[in-house]
Design a protein. Sequence first.
Length: 325
Amino acid sequence: MYMAELELILAAPRGYCAGVDRAVETVEQALKLQGAPVYVRKQIVHNLHVVADLETRGAIFVDDVNEVPEGATVVFSAHGVAPTVHEGAAERALDVIDATCPLVTKVHNEAKRYDQRGYQMLLIGHADHEEVVGTMGEAPGAMTLVENAADVRTLPDYPVDTPLAYLTQTTLSVDETSGIIAALKQRYPWIESPDKGDICYATSNRQAAVKELARVTELVLVIGSANSSNSCRLVEVARDAGVDSYLIEDESEIDPTWIGNRTKIGITSGASAPERLVLGVIEWFRTRSDGITISELETVHEDVSFHLPRPIRRALALVDTPSAD
Ligand code: SF4
């Protein structure tokens, strides 16, 4: 199918966030510093291309620390782990490099603080997502998962003097989460929460950007993997804003029938999708149309970066004091 001249509009910000950038570079540096293989617990970030690329360079992805040879190096993914995973790694004398995003660590710390003060916690998030599993592991006896507003009705009738707080997964839909929070506040008016919300800057910025993109385009393609929470949320936000939207792993998944007579195509990418995949999609359109114009719709400028984990910085001589990090 050959297409007329197309206007491609790219959302900005899109793609890699600071936490993903840090996690991927952590594995790359570990491979450079120690040589292959480097074991990684779970997908370092939720993107098949990133994982496949690191595999070809010597990373071995495992589901459990028990699969890592005793004494070997293991990198923990950006999504964070429960304390029991750290304990399992210590039992096998593994050399741990923890690439948990600092913004996920912040939620773990909030959970620990509330737990120490005897709070019951309601965690808004998606069951079985690695981040949720890790966060719940901080206080398994004191945390209940809330996946949607309907779940709020099924929660216990906590007495009004029950210390109660809510936390959230970092990569949720901003709009949907505010509805769940409103339902929680209606049911438990005394419920507390951390001063700053837990949905991270990258998630909210990419959702705000795709909302604007949906206003000026006829179709929005979101590049990301199906298990990437923030990528799936971008599709939902675009659809809620009134345009057709599809999640694609890369250009090979574009169905030409989606385009039809449309000439204004929006493109964005989830926080774990590398920019080269965006370039692949642009090229796909370039070779199948009478021509393309490319512009960028920037809604906010991002300038966030995180230090690499301390073991990597120490090895690179970027820090000189040992630490338990
Ligand atoms: S999406 Fe947010 S929480 Fe997740 S790695 Fe990126 S910055 Fe960190």
